[in-house]
Design a protein around this ligand. Sequence first.
Ligand code: GLN
Length: 544
Amino acid sequence: MPDQTNKKYVIVTGGVISGLGKGIVAASLGLLLKAKGYAVTIQKLDPYLNVDPGTMSPFQHGEVYVLDDGAETDLDLGHYERFTGIEMGRDNNTTAGQIYWEVIEKERRGDYLGSTVQVIPHVTDQIQKHITALEKKNEELEIIITEIGGTVGDIESLPFLEAVRQFQQERGPENVIIVHVTLIPYVHASAEMKTKPTQHSVMRMREIGLQPDILVCRTEFTLTRDTREKLALFCNVKTERVIQGLDAKTIYEVPLFLNRERLSEIVLSRLGMEDRPAELTYLRKFVNHIANPASTVTIGIAGKYVQLVDAYKSIIESFAHAGVDNDCKVEIRWIDAEQNEAAHNIDVELEGLDGILIPGGFGYRGIEGKIRAAQYARENGVPFLGICLGLQVAVIDFARHVIGLEQANSTEFEEKTPFPVIHLMPSQEHVKTKGATMRLGAYDCVVRQGTKSFIAYGKTEISERHRHRYEVNNDYREQLESHGMLISGTSPDDSLVEMIELKDHPWFVATQAHPELKSRIDRTHPLFREFVRAAVKYHEGRGK
Ligand code: GLN
């Protein structure tokens, strides 16, 4: 049995409203503790009843973040990985749906034979099993940060908070501490910061037996000494543990802000651990670059979920990383491919761009607009990056307009197309259910030497994360290649097309994978880095 007594837990809860950036706080704390040399990981417990977010609409929930092991997880896992560079796995995200599913399975199996199955203790026990799953897998871990989704006071999050209470009882308050992220609204009419919502949210926690150790107060303006003291008094937290979480210009500034407020130092002291200097030079440089870019390029993202930018979170962040690498600001122009399906409409939207990206997506809506966007990039020499569906529409455009297979399509959009250049993988043909049934997670790819893809990656063997059902139809490979499309990456056994590019184009690359899921603050994804480099070059060329 691994020794559990030396594992330390930081539980992150949220109060007052959702969308306070609890995930960024958890990710920032992870970054700071790692910078101090601690072995840390971050976990998210989500109170909704979906077994995973894979079946939720991106309009509702934002992007589905896929891990190497194929888990479809909450987008906060993306922040965790981007900030800390630590690889996460299935156990780093649990939902209430998963917990209940497991409890009901056990009940049916007869594991609880004789008892009445209840939220307390059966559901709360199962939650605790998930909380401790990571320490069981990795004995090296010293600190586990556990973010509880939702807001204190929600019906759904109650079993999770009760599980935390029991867990804290069992492990001791010196091993399990609570960081409560809350809101301090500013009322302009009376020019006052209001502490009451936070007081109430902490009251709700204390009613169920939880006392926050640290408050991270999200605020538009600097917290005054008076406000800090008032919060300390009413919330039963020491004044120095009232931390200011000031609005930041970029999320990458948040760890620096929180470090100035001594967040990780306080966490370590509460856990009885030694404080150490944090190596944050690279982050300071990174933030500085974001604040002072040498130039600006505009990249168009032609997608379907453009009203909710959370749906493309990882892409946006990958551009932030790539901008730093290329010393430029990447401005994004959102193009609603569905509203602008007609070529003459979308062309207007595409004009003046330095690069075009077509992201992943599902379903027919907006497809014709996306095909036209790929065609526009191809014909006008505009740098292009196609991601998953983006590769598929680039192949459809090429088949239709270069090879001349006019009605070429994907069988996802037109089952009876005479030219199914994109089709269902044989392994997917019999799948009937929708949850977790795609080609998911990390797959190897062999990159062909002498291609732009190879220049980007700098090696032939790569691995990328996937989330899709459809593939390039191998029957059309020869035709695509003989007309000037390069198949620049394939699965190691050559049975699947992984990457394509165009020979006679400054930079037109597409991948069946999701490179945006592998970009980190200190390791920009090479495809984004090269794409933005091409966009800068294109921009400069146009200026002449
Ligand atoms: N709908 C396409 C497929 O399932 C593309 C998926 C994606 O872009 N992630 O293959």
